[in-house]
Design a protein around this ligand. Structure first.
Ligand code: 0O2
Length: 203
């Protein structure tokens, strides 16, 4: 990655992702040690590319500076957590909020309140306090948590946004909305079936 825009702050962003990855691994191990299912299927992380960050600063009418990128935009460091079931999403949010070095800055539940286009995901922005060899630094991290099915939908919808000319766009938007609703129903049904399987095991 071209680090010229982030300069030395790239170390801070990388440390933030390493720290959050470690927190997620601890959550996974803690759950498994309590004979609970691992709530995470996989995790993706990225530092927002220089071009994407500059575009976002301009879109928000902010001056393109490193300071604005780190203090006015919250997703220079971003992570996506993919789960099998909806309950796993809420379980991870609950566990992450227990960490004392994480402060919730903003939280959006697009699962309970989907976007009009059908987008579903749980977004949470944390301010993480990092101890960099005795030097205390604060850094924002955006976490998106969603099910495999929501992620599948979101990736396709994202591709549509970046494609310049698409035929039948209205129809595609309508079909995506229909698929989002079907996926939401399937996610709920899968959760219900899973709960039934496990409740029978406990009897
Ligand atoms: P990119 O390139 O994916 O990183 P914000 O723009 O973050 O300051 P906003 O829009 O209120 O403010 O934040 P929100 O709603 O939490 O969305 C932030 C990110 O969620 C987006 O980042 C997308 O990654 C994702 N997202 C939000 N809405 C949609 C949607 O309708 N479809 C898809 N596929 N993804 C969505 P960026 O920076 O906009 O883009």
């Amino acid at each position: 990655m071209n680090n010229s825009f982030y300069k030395d702050s790239i170390v801070l962003l990388e440390a933030a992702i390493d720290n959050m990855t470690s927190k997620l691994n601890i959550i996974r191990k803690y759950k498994q040690s309590n004979n609970e299912k691992d709530p995470i299927e996989y995790v993706l992380s990225r530092i927002k590319s220089e071009d994407s960050m500059k575009e976002k600063l301009k879109r928000k009418n902010l001056e393109v500076t490193l300071d604005n990128a780190l203090t006015k935009i919250y997703d220079a460091a971003g992570m996506r957590i993919i789960c099998a079931y909806i309950d796993d999403v809420y379980s991870i949010v609950h566990m992450l909020k227990k960490y004392k070095d994480l402060k919730v800055i903003n939280e959006k539940d697009y699962i309970k309140n989907p976007k009009p286009n059908g987008y579903r995901s749980y977004h949470i922005i944390f301010e993480l306090t990092l101890d960099l060899a005795g030097d205390e630094k604060k850094v924002f991290v955006e976490i998106q948590i969603r099910t495999i099915a929501m992620d599948f939908w979101s990736n396709l919808e994202h591709q549509m946004k970046y494609k310049k000319s698409i035929k039948n766009q209205e129809f595609i938007i309508q079909e995506l909305r229909r698929c989002a609703d079907e996926i939401a129903t399937t996610d709920i049904n899968m959760q219900t079936i899973k709960n039934m399987i496990y409740s029978e095991e406990e009897i």
